[in-house]
Write a protein of this length. Structure first.
Length: 550
RNA sequence: GCGUGCGUAGCUCAAUGGAUAGAGCACCUGACUACGGAUCAGGAGGUUGGGGGUUCGAGUCCCUUCGCGCGCACCA
């Protein structure tokens, strides 16, 4: 029995009790679904619910009274062996070993689909992340969004959503001009411009452009030549790093394309007629304060040119025209001022601002010897995606960035990265998976096969614990999707790995020595394989491999 | 100044308003000469920055205060 099944059964009991007049609760106070939790202490049973506490106020009855009414009904649920009322009114539930054990078989039979769901089916999501300007390699901050964003996309997909990963490729504007001037300066043997870009990669790209076009410095507009080809090369390098990192975008959207076909101008003309845009001081303004911005923003400058935000509006319209129901933007904390204006951009189109969702993630800090280190090219403390992958590998890099909540700043210690990478919990999880493979190999060698299955044989304390955390996995995925928090998946895998290691320590799968193979051996193999399956499923959502040997 | 996020064990971080606040690392003590010791068992380590409030119940919600990060352009 899974927690979802138990939850559904309790919900039905509650409805029956109300229908039978045993409880007087207004219909609107009844939850659609009763939440079932795993108690921290084993003394509180396998599962617990606080439904009686929640209904006490609307029903106007003491919580323990409600608990008493429900407990007799819950005890009738097949598979439930015991129901206790504890504390202020918690209902603690103990399952039959057999009912709990069935899960092992169900997981193996579900295979890669265990944990999947169709609750987001029919939702077409545009998930935009990274979107770093092609003026340099991807830094640690962008690397974090690559790991988190790609995982989130995979988690959405596991819940049935239709997800497009999108990279907004900014190739229009003066950041790019600075980049082009920097390349030109480097090729001409001059120092980098005042506000330009330095660093070895500029020299490399400039040299590559020159190698391909020996005459470029003497051409009519060398800066334009460096711009066009430099951006191309830089972008190819970024794509290669991302690919190496296991992140491939479905759409690389060029900002330039919004301007080339006059879409922005056309759009601006339309917007002048909408109620969300007004003229003042010779410019046109968007009423972004309506959406929480601290001031309105200029859309068309007094010189008649489009301001940056005009591109955002056009881009949003473009996404909606492509059929996306929900446009999610993952941005760093240095862009949190954008939330209101992106929502205002949607509203300016006459669209629902809730079509826009902005996820703000906090920064990655570098630490060395306990002290913060500023990223500085000069000091050699810029850490790029490639650097990170080179030192710890893609698996450890992705895992260590995805296992933290995006709401927290995270500190990455350069010393830990370079010297003690095996401190990363990814190895704990991967090792557990490799161990399930080793156990399966040994079982096969001993003649243990998944022929018979006796759920009641899974009655050891570590087995009850292991089954419980495996049962929580689908709920964790669902919550990770709805709260947009991939780190929950990683944390839960660590819990499963821990429970597995403890079980391994206590319960053998293969028989010892000359002992005969029993149904217990076979049943435990189901459980072992179920764990391997769940760990593999979860790791794949994080873009991390599940090795059979380490 | 305004906005926003954060503050939890020595360090890095968890904890859909639930019961005794948890892991990893570091430290200490142990484990089957039987499926891989990248493991397991145990110990020590906390006034969840401080102070109020709401609630049957607060690390979590509200107010206040302190500290840190980030942002506050007719730049893109």
């Amino acid at each position: 029995m899974t927690p979802e099944e138990l939850s559904a059964a309790i919900t039905a009991c509650l409805k029956d009790a109300v229908d039978a007049g045993e409880l007087n609760v207004p219909a609107e106070a009844l939850p659609k679904e009763v939440r079932v939790e795993r108690p921290k202490s084993r003394e509180h049973g396998d599962w617990a619910t606080n439904i009686a506490l929640q209904l006490a106020k609307p029903a106007g009855v003491a919580p323990r009274k409600i608990a008493e009414v429900l407990s007799t009904r819950l005890a009738q649920i097949p598979g439930v062996s015991q129901v206790d009322i504890a504390g202020p009114g918690f209902l603690n539930i103990v399952l039959d070993a057999a009912a709990a054990g069935e899960l092992a078989k169900a997981i193996v039979e579900a295979g890669a689909s265990y944990g999947s769901n169709s609750q987001m089916a029919g939702t077409k999501i545009n998930l935009e992340f990274v979107s770093a300007n092609p003026t340099g390699p991807i830094h640690l901050g962008g690397t974090r969004w690559a790991a988190v964003g790609d995982s989130l996309a995979r988690i959405f997909q596991s819940q049935g959503a239709d997800v497009t990963r999108e990279y907004y490729f900014n190739d229009h504007g003066n950041q790019i001009d600075k980049f082009a001037r920097s390349l030109l300066a480097s090729a001409a043997g001059q120092p980098a411009p005042e506000d330009g870009y330095g660093g070895a990669y500029i020299e490399d790209i400039a040299a590559e452009v020159v190698a391909k076009n020996p005459e470029i410095l003497a051409s009519e507009d060398p800066q334009e030549g460096f711009r066009a080809q430099g951006v191309e090369l830089m972008f190819a390098a970024i794509r290669a790093s991302l690919h190496e990192f296991g992140v491939d975008f479905d759409v690389y959207f060029h900002e330039n394309s919004l301007f080339e076909d006059g879409a922005v101008e056309k759009l601006l003309e339309q917007l002048k007629g909408s109620g969300n845009i007004y003229a003042k001081d010779g410019a046109w303004w968007l009423n972004s304060t309506e959406y929480g911005d601290d001031k309105d923003r200029v859309v068309i400058k007094s010189d008649g040119n489009a301001a940056y935000i005009a591109g955002d509006i056009a881009y949003f319209k473009n996404k909606r025209d492509r059929g996306f129901d929900l446009c999610i933007y993952m941005l760093g904390a240095d862009h949190h001022g954008y939330v209101a204006r992106l929502k205002a951009a949607a509203a300016a189109m006459g669209d629902d601002a809730n079509r826009v969702e902005v996820l703000i993630g906090q920064m990655v800090n570098l630490v060395q010897e306990g002290k913060p280190v500023r990223m500085s090219k000069r000091a050699g403390t810029v850490v790029t995606m490639e650097d990170l992958v080179e030192v710890v590998g893609t698996d450890a890099a992705r895992y260590s960035l995805a296992r933290f909540s995006s709401d927290s700043n995270i500190d990455i210690d350069l010393d830990v990265l370079t010297k003690r990478s095996n401190e990363n919990p990814v190895f704990y999880v991967q090792y557990a998976h490799a161990r399930t493979s080793a156990v399966a190999r040994n079982a096969a060698a001993a003649g243990v096969e998944r022929t018979s299955f006796d759920a009641a044989a899974l009655n050891h304390a570590t087995e009850s614990e292991l089954l419980a955390v495996l049962g929580q996995y689908p709920g964790v995925l669902s919550q990770a999707a709805s709260s947009r928090e991939p780190h929950r998946v990683a944390r839960h895998l660590e819990v499963i790995a821990g429970a597995y290691h403890r079980w391994y320590d206590a319960c053998r799968v293969a028989p010892m020595g000359e002992e005969a193979v029993t149904d217990t051996n076979r049943t435990r193999l189901w459980l072992n394989d179920a764990v391997g399956q769940v760990l593999a499923n979860g790791l794949s959502l994080l873009g991390v491999t599940a090795p059979e040997r380490m």
